[in-house]
Ligand binder design. Sequence first.
Ligand code: CMP
Length: 139
Amino acid sequence: AIERTLSIIKPDATRRNLTGKINAKFEEAGLRIVAQKRIKLSPEQAGKFYEVHKERPFYGELVEFMASEPVVVQVLEGENAIAKNREVMGATNPAQADEGTIRKEFALSVGENSVHGSDAPETAKEEIAFFFSGLELVG
Ligand code: CMP
């Protein structure tokens, strides 16, 4: 089925001018960028977005990192977009990511891992609504 997923290009990647190279990976995989904006998250916004990880030991570090510099938030659309995006990103830890994936090529560490992608249809819906209004989504 045609799905939509929320993607974030993280501060380690925007800082190194990798937005275009990462977007090329998505487009080459058949994912269409149907909405996109570059924003700087406040620590409060980053904390709210990652609320599910609140009890994890890395939560503070994660929130600080995500609010440190601009991010690019985007909606990717395509056949099985959620799973396909996760394939293109590669494993969370770049040391375990397959060749050719975004995290293998660009990520610096498990924390500074260049991209985020929704993990399931429910979370995709919530995460898209967190950043975009219906008017901003142009299929
Ligand atoms: P992401 O897909 O954005 O979802 C949660 C993030 O937490 C994850 O990618 C990682 O960047 C980060 N994360 C997961 N495990 C660790 C860890 N052990 N140390 C620091 N950050 C982590």
